[in-house]
Design a protein. Structure first.
Lengths: 390, 330, 150, 652
């Protein structure tokens, strides 16, 4: 007797499905998600893997996914679209009519990698926790079913282990462990349970039971399962809880300037990131009609913080980059106890200037150790941070 | 260099010699105080790809590298570094880096006396995804005409001229990279397969995936305005929403504004996370500029921008254009 | 299918929308002359007055198409007669290239017309609008780069 | 949102006949910002304008839209109406409901729909209009005329006679230019010197004309009304105030050199007055040939000069002259016929140019008007003229026609026949262009009663044989070879812009064509103006002309200058370009496309420079705005916001 990821008490529920029955799994998930649900899965187009709506689940072949480490763009847009209408209007004050768009169709996201599945947990923390949950995201999220596929291979870009995760981290509503010709399923939430139940309702399916743990062991031990990139051997969970002193020390590190030198102030890192969720609200008038949309934004862009009147609290790119990395590795953790980076590696792979979050992490770990040592050796704390890098 | 995938067909020993020359040159420049900074490449994970190196101490010159892994264009960094550095700034780069620097100079953004340009021969640069497979050369490198330094240009010095020949003969395409190097779009225009609806569908397909992350603009040496019209709210030419018309406007404005100013470095396409073949557009426009206005090698910054001058004998839209593709419908 | 002059008489199903940027000194005056001499052309055109065709950035062409135009006309003084001596030469280069770029993006070349119309060429202005309307009727409504809410 | 008033005009039945005014006003009332709509039978009439004024006050209107006839007709009218109600005149927008709508459309329904669109566009634009001010610049009441030939003198005199001071700058030691070298002038055959000399004298004597001969323009700064012209006066080594022009010095000067004035046919001394009627009548020492300057001794002139005017240590003077206007009258030079090797010019002394012939036939010339062969001084028994040498020949010369040659060849042929009736004269020509009052008759007289042999055809080559010159050509009319043995050959060489004209044009930022002639602002309507406000053209610097055309052109330029200088202040355009220094990244792509040189780079500190527009020079074409990539450049009155507002409201 354990508790599910969503806290619901449950008996461990697993299943063993032949991999050519993936379509059935998909349809079961669709049934759970609702009548008008849309199925999303990775598909290869123009040499890249991308998330696309799938109309014929039976064409899905998990074997092809083995060639995919991960999609180039994260799946966050499925539940948090880059462009989302908040409301539309018609007429002019005083005679103005507002109209709120209908809720999105429920989504089944099939084939998530653990790093991306965990990323939705992070988005939940950022957008749903607290007094003012993000209504639009909440609606999409509550009706979505997440089916995670454990990774059978890693690329030089992968950093999940540095981020405290693994290629088999239980995440999403249902975890799938590919094992040869069969898919070992493990329900992780009530939704996952429902999917398995639905599946069993259609045809008898054996329990996977201990096979799941065995396969997880196997995958974890398998070669090439240790982040080979710059992040190799790093463990960001060792970053200390963000006590003011440490944060000030990290904030004041002189290294930011040098680290940021190559940065070109584009927004790529945030736009490919599965957990970045900053947005901008803008109006799009068309005569007497129009709409208010929210669109992805990035703290790396030069005008991100520019206020009406032109003031910009973060004019230097070093300041913007510090904000980004500290938010990923320190600030969010202080608020919600978890790293805002799941180690998917997209930013590092995509950065046109070859910047790497692991470089920043290394710097932060060093700074933290310094603080710790100073504390031990009883000598004075670093005190006030240095001047902002300009 | 960590897990560097040396692309097939590169003469490793030539690159090694070239690299030594580059390091020595940078070291002596810094030692003699000729420059305050040398911008070049150094190896970094993943793939051991070459990322920008900003060397200010003679001792650091040893980290400089050359070769196909040097993906990141470094010319544009002069914009920041000439302002941030005491003394001149040297760029040790390939033809495209040099052209990028010349673009900034031509655009009045960098003073010629603030920079020192050192041109290193190049055998093309690798495609990120293909690095693991042993590297493929970026498409536009196949059409590149500045791989080998052009002597006799003032303000530009050449490193390793004697090695250029060896690199010139180097095969440009690595293992399993043909698809990466194949041109994706054929020239449009009446008759061409992607003219009209087909072309529109094709570009719509690409633009649908555009994230508006501005990486193309951020890396483009011709996009060097301090404040960009693409983010302007008044007048607002492009709205933030990623609807298709906005995407077309975004890419039309960018293509038009760099028309005749693009240095053919391919940075936009390399940087694009959606893999949009942006260089196709630029190369089509460059060909048009040559055809319509007789400007040879429009990617080489000259005294005038092709759109900043005119010739009374330019083709006239009222008369049928010289060839298909251009001119007004009459 | 052709529009009868004046747009009166046989009204065809599809009336194209043309945005015309006319330079104040030649083409706008030409359009005025078409009026003073009571010529007639289809009511398909909306003229926007600019000091010189050299003022028009190619962006305007796409913006007009985006916001509902089926065709865009850029009209200026004949090359060599520009009131500001050289403006239209730059226009010619910039818009010829813009036209190429649009075709590369899959737009129909006939969506953008560039014409030189002097203050004395009222007839040429009327003819241009007539021809352009007719050829746009053949092309049909523009859907490319079109903002559906416009 | 600005409070907008819309005024729809019936224009009698002109608009109302085709457009349903009532429908338009009803629609206009619903447009954003519109707080008042009314219609008038004739909005441009006094009551109509009064209506606008009333409404502005009654409804506190902040913008006015008038739906009426073309703005090219009544924009000024309505602007003043708006202004008289205390509103900025540029807060007016006109919708062209007549020329662009009611007069070109027959279908009432269509015309009405279009009229509504036009008003909507105007309202949308009006909402984004901003108040504009025309600033003024003072006018310095002086003109600088560059070039002391007949064009420059004429212009200087006209301007001075109107009461404005003039500085007349001439490169050579004396005024007069090429006209001073001519003998007689067509078609009247009156003596050139006789009509030019009085002008020269008047110019020199005129209290308002400051003649600066032997001087050149070094630098030109500033803009219309406020030019600063730096004039460099070369040292004559003679004190102009003391020199009486008695001539004792050049009587005694031991050095002889070729005379520029006589084009090498005669000699002058190292100290000289170029010609008898020279103005100013003051000697000049040619330092390149003077023994004292070359060898350090001689100084004979100093000894013989009773006025003690010789000043060997004279230095060049730089004077900065403030002027409101500049007239360029730099004239022409003769095309060098040596380009035509087959004509042997420069190789055989008896092959001369038209201008040289003028000196040869002139009573003041080296031969005292006796026509002699330069080589041996013999009287020529046969003389051949060759027209179009360098003109109308794209291959080796110039594409254009030099306009004066046909006539001066006829004139010179006549003079010859008059002086030496037994000398036979041949004229090789392509065709005779005698467009001008009395010209055709003049040419007929030459060919007819003067018995000049006109041979239609180009000359293939000219070569010496037995002491004479064989002119081998073809008579294209008779279709046979036309070979003439002549003793003297005169080549009617083309007119080309005088040396340095292009350089001067660059200093004035005036454009010039591929032949180097300065470009007028408009080929038909503004022939004496240039695109640089305040700079005008007179005479052959703009293109080949004969004397009457030159004088007329000079008069035109003078009239423009007078009109300019008689203003106390110049109003600058209100609708000018403006660069936003905060947004401009200083790429200066705008600079080359500006036809008025109004844009300069200004240091903005921190290694930044930004574009700067001089509103006094800007004419508001907007070329720079289209050249600006990031929208830093704006054209007041035609901003992107305003134009986009029109585009976006076109059909909604």
């Amino acid at each position: 007797m354990t508790t599910a990821r969503d806290g619901s008490p449950r008996r461990r529920h697993t299943g063993n499905l032949s991999s050519d029955r993936l379509g059935a799994l998909a349809r079961a998930a669709l049934a759970v998600a609702g009548p008008d649900a849309v199925l999303w899965a990775p598909r290869q187009a123009a040499q890249r893997w991308a998330w696309e709506p799938i109309t014929s689940p039976d064409d899905l072949d998990p074997r092809t996914w083995r060639r995919m480490v991960n999609t180039r763009i994260s799946p966050k847009g499925i539940l948090l679209p880059q462009t989302q209408e908040v409301f539309s209007w018609q007429g002019r004050t005083p005679k103005i009519a507002l109209d709120v768009p209908p809720p999105p169709q429920p989504a089944v996201i099939l084939g998530l990698r653990p790093c991306d599945a965990v990323a939705f947990d992070r988005l939940d923390e950022a957008l749903l926790v607290g007094e003012w949950p993000d209504v639009a995201y909440a609606r999409a999220r509550s009706r979505a079913v997440l089916v995670t596929f454990a990774c059978e291979s890693m690329s030089p870009e992968c950093m999940c282990e540095a981020a405290g995760l693994s290629p088999t981290t239980p995440s999403g509503d249902l975890l799938v462990l590919p094992a040869g010709e069969s898919l070992l399923l493990e329900a992780l939430t009530a939704k996952g349970e429902a999917v398995l139940a639905e599946l069993e309702g259609r045809e008898p399916m054996p329990e996977a039971g201990s096979l799941v743990d065995a396969r997880r062991e196997e995958l974890a031990g398998a070669a090439g399962h240790h982040a080979p990139g710059l992040a190799a051997g790093q463990d960001w969970t060792r970053l200390p809880p963000a006590d003011p002193e440490t944060v000030l020390a990290m904030f004041g590190m002189p290294g930011w300037e040098e680290l940021a030198r190559p940065c070109l102030s584009c927004g790529l890192c945030a736009f490919v990131c599965p957990t970045c969720h900053c947005f901008a609200l803008t109006d799009e008038p068309r005569g007497d009609t129009g709409r208010r949309v929210r669109t992805w934004d990035s703290c790396g862009l030069t005008d991100f913080m520019r206020a009406a009147g032109g003031h910009d609290p973060r004019p230097a790119k070093a300041q913007r980059m510090r904000q980004r990395f500290l938010h990923k590795l320190v600030y969010h953790r202080a608020a919600h106890g978890s790293l805002m980076c799941t180690g998917c590696g997209r930013c590092a792979a995509g950065c046109p200037a070859g910047l790497h979050i692991a470089t920043a992490a290394k710097m932060l770990l060093a700074a933290a150790e310094q603080v710790a040592q100073d504390a031990l050796s009883g000598c004075a704390a670093p005190g006030r941070p240095q001047e902002d890098p300009q | 260099m960590p897990d560097a995938g040396q692309p097939v067909g590169y003469p490793a020993e030539v690159l090694r010699d070239l690299q030594q020359l580059v390091r020595d040159c940078a070291r002596s420049l810094l030692e003699q105080g000729e420059v305050g900074m040398v911008i070049g490449h150094r190896a970094a994970a993943p793939y051991g790809r070459g990322v920008p190196a900003f060397v200010t101490e003679p001792g650091e010159a040893g980290q400089l590298m050359v070769g196909p892994q040097c993906q990141v264009g470094i010319g544009k960094y002069l914009l920041d570094q000439t302002r941030a550095t005491r003394g001149r700034v040297a760029v040790i780069g390939r033809g495209c880096d040099i052209l990028a620097a010349r673009r900034l100079i031509a655009d009045n953004r960098v003073a010629p006396d603030q920079v020192l340009l050192l041109w290193v021969p190049c055998a093309g640069r690798a495609v990120p995804e293909a690095m693991a497979k042993g590297g493929a050369v970026a498409r536009h490198c196949l059409q590149c005409d500045v791989r080998l330094p052009e002597p006799g240009q003032d303000g530009i010095e050449i490193i390793g001229a004697h090695l250029a020949g060896a690199l010139a003969s180097a095969s440009l395409v690595g293992e399993g990279c043909l698809e990466a190097t194949a041109p994706r779009i054929a020239p449009a225009g009446p008759g061409a397969d992607n003219a009209g609806d087909a072309g529109y569908e094709r570009w719509s397909g690409w633009f649908e995936h555009c994230l508006r992350c501005y990486a193309c603009r951020a890396t483009c040496p011709a996009c060097n305005c301090d404040i960009c019209v693409l983010e302007s709210r008044s007048p607002q030419w492009v709205e933030r929403s990623t609807a298709l018309p906005q995407q077309f406007m975004f890419h039309f404005i960018r293509a038009m504004d760099v028309a005749g100013r693009c240095v053919n470095c391919g940075e936009c396409e390399r940087a694009c996370p959606a893999g949009i073949p942006l260089m196709d557009l630029q190369q089509l426009v460059a060909a048009d500029i040559t055809e319509l206005f007789g400007v040879e090698r429009p990617h080489v910054p000259g005294e005038h921008e092709p759109l900043g001058i005119f010739d009374a004998r330019d083709p006239d839209p009222e008369r049928p254009a010289r060839t298909s593709g251009g001119g007004a419908l009459s | 299918m052709a529009i009868t002059s004046g747009g009166a008489g046989t009204k065809s199903a599809f009336q194209p929308r043309i945005v015309a940027f006319c330079c104040n000194w030649c083409s706008y005056a030409g359009a005025d002359l078409a009026g003073t001499t009571r010529m007639s052309y289809p009511a398909t055109v909306r003229i926007i007055r600019v000091p010189c065709s050299g003022r028009i950035h190619p962006r305007y062409v796409l913006r007009a198409l985006e916001r509902g135009a089926d065709g865009v006309l850029i009209a200026g003084c004949h090359p060599g007669d520009c009131h500001y001596s050289t403006g239209n030469y730059y226009t010619r280069r910039r818009l010829l290239l813009a036209q190429r770029l649009l075709t590369h993006l899959g737009f129909d070349q006939g969506r953008l017309w560039i014409r030189w119309i002097s203050g004395s060429e009222g007839a040429k202005f009327a003819d241009t609008i007539r021809d352009m309307s007719a050829s746009l009727q053949v092309l049909g409504p523009n859907r490319k780069g079109r903002d559906q809410r416009a | 949102m600005a409070r907008i008033g819309v005024f729809v005009c019936w224009c009698g039945s002109n608009i109302a006949g085709t457009v349903d005014i009532e429908a338009v006003t009803r629609a206009a009332a619903t447009f954003p910002g519109v707080v008042h709509v009314e219609d008038n039978r004739y909005t441009c009439s006094e009551p109509g304008q009064a209506g606008i004024r009333r409404a502005i006050e009654a409804h506190q209107l902040e913008r006015v839209v008038v739906g009426a006839c073309s703005p090219r007709l009544h924009e000024a009218t309505f602007r003043s109406a708006v202004a008289s109600a205390g509103l900025n005149p540029y807060l007016l927008q006109i919708a062209n409901l007549r020329e662009h709508c009611s007069w070109v459309h027959r279908d009432r329904e269509e015309a009405t729909a279009k009229a509504i669109d036009l008003v909507r566009m105007a309202v949308a634009r009006a909402a984004r209009l901003t108040a504009l001010e025309t600033s003024t610049v003072p006018v310095t009441k002086r003109a600088v005329v560059i070039g002391g030939g007949v064009a420059g003198i004429q212009a200087a005199l006209d301007i001075a006679r109107a009461g404005f001071p003039v500085t007349l700058v001439e490169r050579s030691p004396s005024l007069g230019g090429h006209m001073g070298q001519l003998d007689k002038t067509f078609p009247t055959l009156d003596c050139s010197a006789c009509i030019l000399t009085p002008m020269m004298v008047e110019a020199a004597a005129h209290p308002l004309i400051d003649v600066r001969a032997y001087s050149e323009v070094d630098k030109v700064e500033g803009y219309v009304g406020n030019f600063r012209v730096t004039v460099r006066s070369k040292p004559r080594s003679v004190d102009r105030a003391k020199c009486t022009g008695c001539g004792a010095c050049y009587e005694k000067c031991p050095v002889q050199v070729d005379s520029e004035y006589d084009l090498g046919l005669g000699k002058r001394r190292a100290i000289y007055v170029p010609f008898a009627q020279a103005v100013p009548n003051c000697a000049t020492i040619d330092r390149d040939h003077c023994l004292y300057y070359q060898r350090g001794r001689c100084r004979i002139c100093e000894r013989v000069c009773e006025a003690g005017a010789i000043a060997f240590d004279q230095l060049e003077e730089l004077a900065e002259i403030e002027a409101g206007a500049i007239v360029v009258a730099t004239g022409y030079d003769e095309f060098d016929p040596a380009v035509y090797g087959e004509y042997g010019a420069g190789r055989w002394p008896d092959i001369i140019t038209g201008l040289q012939f003028e000196r040869l036939v002139s009573a003041s010339g080296p031969t005292g008007g006796e026509i002699r062969r330069p080589s041996d001084g013999r009287k020529p028994e046969a003389v051949a003229f060759v027209a179009c040498v360098g003109s109308r020949d794209e291959a080796k010369g110039k594409a254009y026609c030099s306009a004066a040659c046909c006539m001066y060849v006829a004139k010179q042929a006549m003079l010859l026949r008059e002086k030496m009736p037994d000398t036979s004269v041949y004229v090789y020509y392509m065709d005779v262009r005698a467009g001008g009052k009395g010209y055709e008759e003049f040419y007929r007289r030459a060919a007819g009663q003067y018995g000049v042999n006109y041979v239609r055809g180009r000359v293939a080559r000219i070569y010496p044989s037995r002491g004479r010159l064989v002119v081998a050509g073809e008579d294209t009319l008779l279709g046979r070879r036309a070979v003439v043995e002549a003793d003297l050959v005169v080549l009617a060489a083309a007119m080309i812009p005088s040396a340095g004209a292009a350089e001067l044009a660059r200093r004035l930022s005036v454009s010039y064509d591929e032949d180097g002639f300065l470009t007028e602002a408009h080929p038909k309507l503004r022939p004496a103006e240039t695109n640089t406000r305040g700079v005008f053209l007179a005479g052959c610097c703009q293109g080949p002309k004969d004397i009457p055309a030159t004088v007329a052109h000079a008069g035109a330029a003078a009239a423009k200058v007078i009109a300019l200088l008689s203003r106390q202040h110049l109003a600058t355009e209100a609708m000018t370009a403006q660069a936003d220094p905060g947004r401009c990244s200083g790429c200066m792509s705008c600079r080359p496309v500006c036809p008025y040189g109004a844009i300069t780079a200004r240091d903005a500190g921190g290694l930044r420079s930004v574009a700067d527009v001089n509103p006094a020079m800007c004419q508001g074409c907007g070329a720079c705005v289209a050249a600006c990539r990031n929208g830093a450049m704006t054209l007041l009155g035609y901003t992107d916001e305003q134009l986009l507002a029109e585009v976006e409201s076109t059909w909604r």
